[in-house]
Design a protein around this ligand. Structure first.
Ligand SMILES: *Cc1c(COP(=O)(O)O)cnc(C)c1O
Length: 490
């Protein structure tokens, strides 16, 4: 049985069942008339409450028909109201919820990547609340172009001529390849046949873009001559992919952008570079690892550069295409652009974030991701020591809690070999030996099932919360305020 609570099927079931053995179930109307149920109607609305009452009675009826113990034995006003309140609250819970990311990976794809700065959040709220000049030129009173809201900023920040924005960087790569190299060859080094998580593989995306992959070089070494020898009448472009989520070490060689840019220019073909992470400013000044910047890539002769909005850039999910005016104009005319275009919320958030980049000195305090990434380990350790007594108290008897140094990952495939010194709260089950694994899993689950779920990770026999991303006083209050729910033994 499918568990339908449709009244007709209930009636049929009632008629078909033997009438003697069943306990009497209350009618739906009687339950709806109870004062405490009426109070739920005021809170949740009539239709959800009616549906919940039908489910309650229907489930009880089904369980008795199947000879099982009835789920709802107590039909008193209070018992019914409390069962309904639990069901209604669960159904009213949004699916997409805030969590506290203490996994130690700052740009965590499964947890939504970059947290946005207030400026971006306000811009999104404004854009979505009513009409806006998304594709309307306010000065001329004529139709405008949605890309214009970020074009000036990206030209200033990257030195490019033209800009277009799509849904994510995977879409940007697909769109650029399809526009510039459909039914032609795209030359890619064997050392850059990258797979990024979530089934995005360069060879596959090229096939989908209608572009033939022309591999050159070897896994560890590719030379300029390999590219030069592959160029012919069928060549559509040279594609360079930033190997953001792994490092090739040892006896290696790859061709730098400047040399490739010169070769592409000489041969009259575009050099496209997929940068992936898209740092827009040199992050080494804040003690972070260096990443290639679109402005350098353009200066080195790339004609089209693509990167993500929600990785190191610290903005919304977006794919940003910057480059040469003529090529970007062709990309914008591709019908696929219409299918992949960014919406007004994305563009509002992206514009607000890009504005922050105009004043790099204030970035660490204003751009959330940079603030998190550049947070000193000593400050995180201090926070861990401050939280230790409350967490240890909440888990008293269940776990031994300590503060340990650890290393955070930047995440989203960025800079995998680099990690940032940090500090964590580590919880080890109080009893070792048999059942220890289960106890550890129970601690992990208890944090995950808190009202504001706390996501950490289990490694080397401990549940670990890297506190790098517990960043504001409000976060700290939210975190400690719900620790009581752990102690109540969920
Ligand atoms: C992350 C990444 C992509 C995909 O970007 P999304 O914005 O996640 O779609 C493509 N190429 C490279 C090199 C990347 O690192």
């Amino acid at each position: 049985m499918s568990g339908s609570s449709h009244p007709a099927s209930l009636q049929k079931a009632t008629r078909a069942a033997p009438s003697t053995a069943r306990p009497q179930l209350p009618s739906i109307d009687r339950l709806l008339g109870l004062p405490s149920v009426q109070a739920l109607v005021t809170r949740f609305g009539r239709t959800p409450v009616v549906n919940a009452v039908r489910d309650l009675v229907g489930n009880a009826r089904r369980s008795t028909l199947q000879g099982a113990k009835t789920l709802q034995a107590d039909w008193s006003d209070a018992a019914v109201a409390s069962a309904l309140a639990v069901a209604l609250a669960a159904a009213a819970q949004p699916s997409l919820r805030s969590v506290i990311n203490l996994t130690g990976t700052v740009l965590h794809t499964n947890l939504g990547r970059a947290p946005l700065p207030d400026e971006a959040i306000e811009a999104v709220a404004t854009a979505m609340r009513g009409a806006c000049n998304l594709e309307y030129d306010l000065a001329a009173g004529t139709r405008g172009d949605r890309d214009d809201h970020v074009t000036g900023l990206l030209r200033e920040l990257t030195g490019c001529e033209a800009v277009t924005v799509v849904n994510n960087n995977a879409a940007a790569v697909l769109l650029a390849l399809n526009t510039l190299a459909a039914r032609k060859e795209g030359i890619v080094s064997r050392g850059e046949q990258v797979e990024i998580g979530g089934a995005f593989r360069i060879p596959d995306i090229m096939v989908r873009a209608g572009c033939r992959l022309r591999e050159v070089g070897t896994t560890n070494r590719t030379h300029l001559a390999d590219y030069a020898n592959a160029i012919g009448p069928k060549t559509g472009l040279i594609l360079k992919v930033h190997t953001s989520n792994y490092a090739v070490q040892g006896f290696t060689a790859s061709v730098d952008e400047r040399a490739l840019g010169a070769l592409a220019a000489k041969s009259g073909i575009p050099l496209m570079v997929d940068l992936g992470s898209g740092a827009l400013t040199d992050m080494t000044r804040w003690g972070l690892p260096g990443e290639p910047l679109p402005q350098d890539t353009i200066a080195n002769g790339a004609s089209v550069v693509t990167f993500s909005g929600d990785k190191l850039l610290g903005g919304p999910q977006a794919g940003i295409i910057v480059g040469n005016r003529e090529l970007v104009s062709r990309i914008k005319k591709n019908p696929l652009k219409r299918a992949l275009r960014a919406d007004k919320m994305t563009l509002a958030a992206l514009e607000a974030v890009l504005r922050l980049y105009r004043d790099p000195d204030s970035l660490p305090s204003r751009l959330t991701t940079l603030r998190l990434l550049s947070r000193p380990a000593a400050e995180i350790r201090e926070l861990a020591l401050r939280l230790l007594p409350a967490v240890a108290g909440a888990l008293a008897g269940r776990a031994v809690v300590s503060v340990e140094d650890c290393r955070s990952q930047i995440g989203s495939g960025a800079l995998p070999v680099e990690s940032l010194p940090s500090a964590s709260l580590c919880m080890r089950p109080a009893k070792s030996g048999r059942g220890e694994g289960r106890a550890l899993a129970a601690i992990e689950r208890a944090f995950r099932e808190l009202p504001l779920p706390v996501i950490g990770r289990i490694s080397e026999g401990a549940f670990r919360l890297d506190l790098r991303c517990l960043d504001s006083a409000a976060d700290e209050v939210a975190f400690t305020g719900q620790l009581g729910a752990l102690a109540s033994g969920k």
